[in-house]
Design a protein around this ligand. Structure first.
Ligand SMILES: [Zn+2]
Length: 389
């Protein structure tokens, strides 16, 4: 099995080299050898292959003061493109990025129907148009990843999407049949993809990150040792249904007192609408009330933050994460949301290094989708990509 071992080692080295070049953005062959602890000969042979494949570019370094300008290597970001899709209720968003995760095209399509066959055809139509648009690049579309707002099994089929009332659907296979091309398609839960985006675009130093997404419900994405923590079937992270108030508010899941009935943004919207006797509440309206130091709004926000902290405390104690990211537009409107949450996290048992607000916001899951397709194409476990707001 010598040949097999040699091929495996070559593949591992290739992965390490690509990962290092992407993370460093630009690096010389000599520094690449130092950073990877691979010999100059190995680097030279692998880099020659990668240049031949069009995945790398050579650039003369501009800032060298004396002597010959060193030749630097960087990823050829325009060698291929990834499609990220956010399949949300009521609208589908598409983003195409280059291989460094830089968005080159985005659009959102209003969804008139929850009917599965129609949605498959709509997705396929847009995907085929992108395949056509980017076919001039060396690799064209290298992968398509779709964020599902529901349960996705480890075999990447849809188990359940509550708002569409979809059960047991193999969207991956149905799309592959509809598109008829050999491009990898991935399905992943939106909270997991949001967590991946935080890791890949923002928190480059950690391999251990939890991301709590708070909009209509609460999603928890977990990256542990740079992999999704998925559980036995792929359904881990349904933190929104932790019971935080025994016998509390009735939840759609059938239980009472679930976390997302107290600490999702929807709860704040509902409570405020009731309190102010208005039909709709918008972010702008809440911002205005907070700016006026409206007492009722402040009380509702404090209650939201209190229950949020109750759940975060439970999660921290379960996972001992390094980084906890909160993705919520409402928290960003509060003058000191993190400070107030931290005041409720004083248990001597709770350990985490950093609690932060997501700078990416609602785009996180779609950028995470693109990152998933990119890491798969480059065959690297994880990469650090630049984030441009
Ligand atoms: Zn529930």
């Amino acid at each position: 099995m010598v040949t097999g071992d040699a091929a495996y080692i070559k593949k591992m080295n290739r992965s390490l080299i690509i990962q290092t070049i992407v993370n460093e953005r630009m690096i010389s062959r000599a520094d690449l050898s130092k950073a990877t602890s691979l010999t100059r000969a190995t680097i030279s042979a692998q880099v020659a292959d990668l240049l031949e494949e069009g995945l790398l570019r050579e650039i003369e370094h501009e800032h060298s003061s004396v002597g010959r300008k060193p030749i630097m290597l960087s990823l050829n970001a325009q060698a291929g493109y990834a499609i990220g899709i956010d399949l949300d209720y009521g609208e589908i968003s598409f983003t195409v990025t280059d291989l460094l995760g830089k968005p080159v095209s985005s659009k959102t399509v209003t969804l008139e129907t929850p009917e599965y066959p129609e949605i498959v055809r709509l997705l396929a139509r847009h995907i085929r148009a992108y395949i056509e648009e980017y076919k001039q690049s060396r690799y064209g579309i290298v992968g398509i990843a779709i964020a599902i707002h529901g349960l996705v099994s480890k075999r990447e089929s849809i188990h359940f999407v509550p708002r569409f009332r979809w059960h047991h659907l193999n969207l991956k296979k149905d799309l592959e049949n509809e598109i008829g091309q050999d491009i990898p398609i991935f399905l992943e839960n939106n909270a997991n993809l949001s967590a991946l985006a935080e890791r890949v675009f923002i928190h480059h130093q950690t391999n251990n990150l939890l991301c709590v997404t708070l909009y209509s419900g609460i999603g928890l994405g977990m990256i542990i040792n740079n992999e999704f923590f998925q559980g036995h079937d792929g359904f881990a992270g349904e933190a929104g249904h932790m019971i935080v108030v025994p016998d509390g508010r009735l939840c759609n899941c059938g239980n009472k007192g679930c976390w997302e009935k107290y600490a999702s943004e929807s709860c704040v919207f509902e409570s405020l609408a009731k309190c102010k006797q208005v039909k709709y509440v918008t972010y702008e309206y809440i911002q205005k009330l907070l700016a006026e130091s409206d007492e009722e709004t402040e009380r509702i926000m404090e209650q939201f933050i209190y229950y949020l902290a109750v759940g975060i405390n439970n999660i921290i104690n379960l996972y001992n994460p390094e980084v906890v990211v909160l993705n919520s537009r409402l928290l960003g409107m509060h003058p000191d949301a993190l400070g107030h949450i931290q005041q409720h996290l004083r248990s001597s048992i709770s350990h985490y290094r950093q609690l932060s607000l997501s700078p990416i916001g609602k785009k996180a899951c779609i950028l995470g989708a693109c990152a998933l397709a990119i890491t798969h194409f480059l065959d690297v476990p994880i990469v650090n990509l630049p984030y441009e707001p």
